[in-house]
Structures are given as C-alpha cells and as structure tokens.
Design a protein around this ligand. Sequence first.
Ligand SMILES: [Zn+2]
Length: 493
Amino acid sequence: MRIAIASYGQETSSFSPVPTTLATFELYGLFEGQDILDKCRDVGSIGGFLQTMDAGIDWTPLPIVHGWAGASGALTAETLGYFADRIAAGLQQALPLDAVYFALHGAAVAEQAHDSEAYLLEIARNIIGDNVPIVASLDHHANLTQAMVQRIDALVAHRTQPHDQFDSGVLAAQLMLGIVRDGTKPTTAWRKIPLITHQEQFLTRSGPMQEWFDLARQMETRPGVLSASTLPMQPWLDVPEGGWAAAVVTNGDQALAETLADELADKAWDLRQAFCRQDSISPEAAVRKAMQMARGLVVLSDTGDSIWGGATGDSTTILAELIRQKVDKMVLLSLVDPQAVEVAILADVGATVTMLVGGKQDPTFGEPLEVTARVAAIGGGRLHVPLLGFESFDLGRAVLLEIGAIRLVLNQERGIGGNHPAVYEHFGIDVGDAHMVVLKTASNWQYYNEWISEVVRVDTPGGTTSHLEDLPWKHLPRPIYPLDEISDRGLAS
Ligand SMILES: [Zn+2]
C-alpha cells in the first residue's frame, strides 16, 4: 500500500504587514523526504498519522514535504510556488499511489491564491487523478471552501483548542484505514455559516464552543458517521469565501451527512450571541487586578497581539501599563524586536540602556515605547521543546532586560514569543518566582499550566483585536454576523 504524505500549514492574517516566506517556514522546520519520517514520528499530525497507520496496515509511506509557519501575513508567490513544485514533483515520482494524506492548516493565503490549500490540492489531483483518495486533516480554524471539499475524499479537523495535532493525525489515519483497508466509501456534506467572531470564546473545554464541539462528538458515535467537524474560522482572514463551517463525512450515506451538517450549522447559529461575548478588560484594570491577586502566576493574555493569530508580537500596550503602575512583583514579558536586540547586545551585559522597544512592525496598531533597562543576559537560538506539533523553534538572538521587577525578553525572531516557559528558563529564570506573565496568545497558555493561578484577558489593540468591526474588511462575504445584523443563516453551500 503506497501512501504519499505532505503537510502544509500557515495561518494567514490578512491584516498583518509581515509576509510569510520560506525563511518563516524554516524557523519551525521545513523538511523533505526521509527527514519527515525521522523528525515527525512522535509529533504533530504526521506523527499521529504514521503511528496509527503502522499499527493498522502494511504500508509504504512516501513522504514529500512538511512545512508549518505559524501565523502571519500572506505567503509570497515564491513560497507557495515552492510547495506547489515539491508536491507536483514528489507525487509524480511516487506514482503509482493508493492514497495521499495532506496535513493542512486550511487558512493560508498566498499572493497568487486566496485559497492556497485548494491550489495545492488541485495540483495534486492533476497528477494523481480523481480515483486516488485524498484524506486531509485541518486546523478547525480553517476556512473550508467548496474547492477544498471537492478535492478531498475525507476530512477531519482538530477536536480541541488548544489543539491536539497528534490526535488529528490519528483520526486522519483512521479515515484512511477505513478507505484503503476496510472499503468505506466516504461522502461529505458541509455548510458554510455566515459567522465570524473574535477568539475570546474559542476554548473548547467550556462555554458555547464546548457545546458545539460536543454535538459533533455525539454525532460521531452514530453508525455510519466517519467524522463530524466544526470549523470556527480564525477571524483575521479577509477572503471571498470567509466564514465558519461544519462538515460531516459518512460512509456512503449522503442524506445522513446533509442532515447532520445542517444540525451542526444550526447549533452554531443558535449560539452566535454567546460566541460573541467579550471577557477581556482594559489594560489598566487587568494590571491592577493581577497585582491584587494574592499569588501568581497570573497570565495576562495580550488578546490583540496573539502571535498564533498572526499579530506581530511586539505590542507595547501592556508593558507601558506595567511601567505606569510601577509593578513591584516579578513580571515576565517578551517582545519581538530585532533592532533593540542589536542595541542591547552592543551595550553588553551589565549595561543600562535607554532605548525604544517594540511597536515597530505593525503600522496600524504599533507604538514603540522608550524604556531604561539593564541588560541582564544575552541568549536565544533554537530551543528544542515540543509544542503545537513542532519539535523546536528558533528565537533568533535574544536578550533579557530588567526594568525594575519586569523581566523583558527581546527576541530577534517572532518564534513563539514568550508563550513557552523555555524562553525564560534558558535565561535561568524560575517561572515559579514570577507573579505575572504576559502571553502573546488568547488561548495557548497550557505550557504554563503548572503555575497558573488566574488568567486575565486583556482588551488590547493589535492584529488580533477582539473588535473585528475595527478591521478594514474588503473581501469577506456580506452580510456576515456580527458585522451585519442578519437573522437567518440561510442554506449557503
Ligand atoms: Zn487553530
């Protein structure tokens, strides 16, 4: 059994000024051929897929390309061109094939294609034809489109936020085994939902998102249902088919798939007001609240500057407030700022420098902040820590600055900002000593779980602002809730 494997993932923020290039992919790991099997066997969707297939069938994996780039602006034409060329050449070389597995994010825009996944799937179809099955796993923040669904035989999206990429690979392998080993005949029904909401209710372990996702899990226990996917699209994607979706794959029962897809879409629509509830509070109130907490670690979630939503990771809003309120308990914070890293390195360890930090990359929301800080240490480089399906990430060069009780790490590369304790620990900081940590994410603070006493969402400006109405939408289909008042989700798609 010959099965080709490719992964391609990036989450585009249409409002980010930072383009995505091959260098961006290389920061997280861009592999070809055998390297994919060597490096991904235990991590990410590819790892889940490989292990489940190994246990289920005698097969030959034919790894082609693996690339993930986190979240930022659209891909340059050259970057998508690289994946197109690798996939075309790799599939051609791998023929004859029994099936293909694509691990995709599903919300990546490129200069030449607003639906870059469909663009790559079309290239694959042109080589393998219509009869070789394609199974795809997706991030549930994907923007599912007609062109994607048409070219995929069976799909499944992440079941949780924070995501479990490995699990999605396992589910994709189960769909694959169904087709190539057990003779299932997948058929898909899907619905577009005219809905786009901020990310404050995106966690799946509580609230409306849990209710919606639980309904999909219930459906999957019904005979003949192969997968039920709920797709609350990430809210920074300004494309003509943008919006939430639901997709149900059954074993040959189109009528059942249609009924369940409608039911999932109806559920999301019924919950639309709950999905829009805002919990974040002003930076002033958030810092005050955190300082009043008896013990740490208090997470201040910098909602508007979420690195994993494509924001620039250099917003100074919370740093300015921490300085203004003269916090006297240890706070951990990181900013992306290659220029300031250079200034600090030139000044050297032990020096006190006054300089502008952050706020340089986002022309709409950014505002540099002048600080006087002591250069405490110089570090950085590639940190080997498994997270979000990667086995390592690269900070570039990094420096640790001290501003009173504030421990500010400046990174040359955006990497993962300070969203993993390793960023601070590699400077010798014990995270348990800190009272607060400012995280550039609105959902992924799980790496700090062992210390967290409280999470405070901060209503900050930035590329991932909760105020979607403030973003300059141009291509999104209208009307869409809640940007427009509509009462009927319609029967789109
Ligand atoms: Zn996601």
